[in-house]
Design a protein around this ligand. Structure first.
Ligand SMILES: NC(=O)CCC(=O)C(=O)O
Length: 306
């Protein structure tokens, strides 16, 4: 039987998820995010996460208005206030920052994206994830949303190296419904899957925790889902309930609907213990399902950074 022991998480890491209350004023959202990131960092967190569309309301009508041109990197300072605000939040607080997501405009193609920027503690951009699976659903009478009317999808699995700790896979909200992306990242050695997300009240009630637990239990990995706080009189009230789960799919920390910061310490032993006790890694039958084991994805597509 092959050994499952390898270094996935080099040392314990404290992670905070900021369930941020955002409104329609981008500058105010950035200022408020900065104060909450500072609060999370002052509690000793090494990695801080913001929610999907933390700088803008969540809605196709809003994306073009709030979008910022990021390319070519680094972006022009006065055209990309969110990029520079996130970089400053990371540097001023000496934390890794998974910067939720912001609407992005590619100035050459005129395409829009839902984009997560990840910064290191020196304020340097580490990676970019553009939401890969666009949120297009129609549950008649309950919830209809078509991100693809305005947005284009990203095309890669995003695995980010945090040099002191290890690798984290970052994806955005609806991406969590696609287990392949998570499984590939876990097989490439990620110790956590982090999803800034903004589920709605219909699917949130049914699927938010279920999906978080499913990705954790499938991959025996830590999972974090970071939502905006719920604003009932907005056009899209978010589900809330940001949560951190361990590799056994136990909930380590969970917010309710209001603004909150939740935190947990992640350690390698919990991953190894889970994988020792339930040794899925060595029990997989790739001979029975070679199609899903091949891992032929655009993962190797170059990152926009570097
Ligand atoms: N922002 C999103 O991608 C929402 C996803 C969602 O609500 C779902 O049910 O999936």
């Amino acid at each position: 039987m092959a050994s499952v022991a390898r270094s996935i998480l080099k040392k314990p890491v404290k992670i905070s998820l900021v369930q941020l209350l955002s409104g329609t004023d981008k500058a105010a959202n950035l200022k408020h995010a900065a104060s909450q990131v500072a609060k999370a960092a002052s509690g000793g967190s090494n990695i801080v996460v913001l929610p999907e569309c933390f700088n803008s309301p969540y809605g196709t009508e809003h994306f073009p208005k709030y979008a910022e041109p990021l390319l070519p990197l680094p972006p022009v300072k006065d055209q990309a206030p969110s990029y520079y605000a996130l970089s400053a939040m990371a540097a001023e607080n000496n934390v890794y920052l998974i910067g939720g997501s912001i609407p992005e405009l590619n100035p050459s193609t005129k395409k829009h994206y839902n984009t997560c920027l990840i910064f290191g503690p020196d304020g340097a951009l580490l990676s970019i994830h553009r939401k890969t699976h666009l949120f297009d659903i129609d549950i008649p009478g309950k919830v209809t949303f078509r991100e693809s009317e305005v947005l284009s999808p990203g095309n890669k699995v995003t695995l980010v190296d945090f040099p002191e700790y290890g690798k984290i896979a970052v994806a955005i909200c609806y991406d969590i419904r696609f287990p392949e992306l998570a499984t590939i990242a876990a097989r490439k050695g990620a110790f956590a899957l982090i999803y800034p997300g903004a589920f709605n009240l219909v699917t949130g009630a049914l699927h938010w925790k279920l999906l978080a637990q499913a990705r954790a239990v499938d991959n025996q990995i830590y999972v974090g889902m970071c939502s905006p706080a719920r604003v009932l009189d907005s056009s899209y009230p978010a589900w809330g309930h940001s949560m951190i789960l361990d590799p056994m799919a136990a909930v380590l920390a969970e917010a309710q609907e209001d603004e909150a910061i939740i935190e947990s310490e992640l350690n390698e032993e919990k991953i190894l213990e889970t994988r020792r006790n339930i040794p899925l890694e060595t029990q997989r039958r790739f001979d029975v399902y070679p199609d899903v084991s091949a891992g032929k994805v655009a993962y190797e597509e170059p990152d926009l950074v570097g």
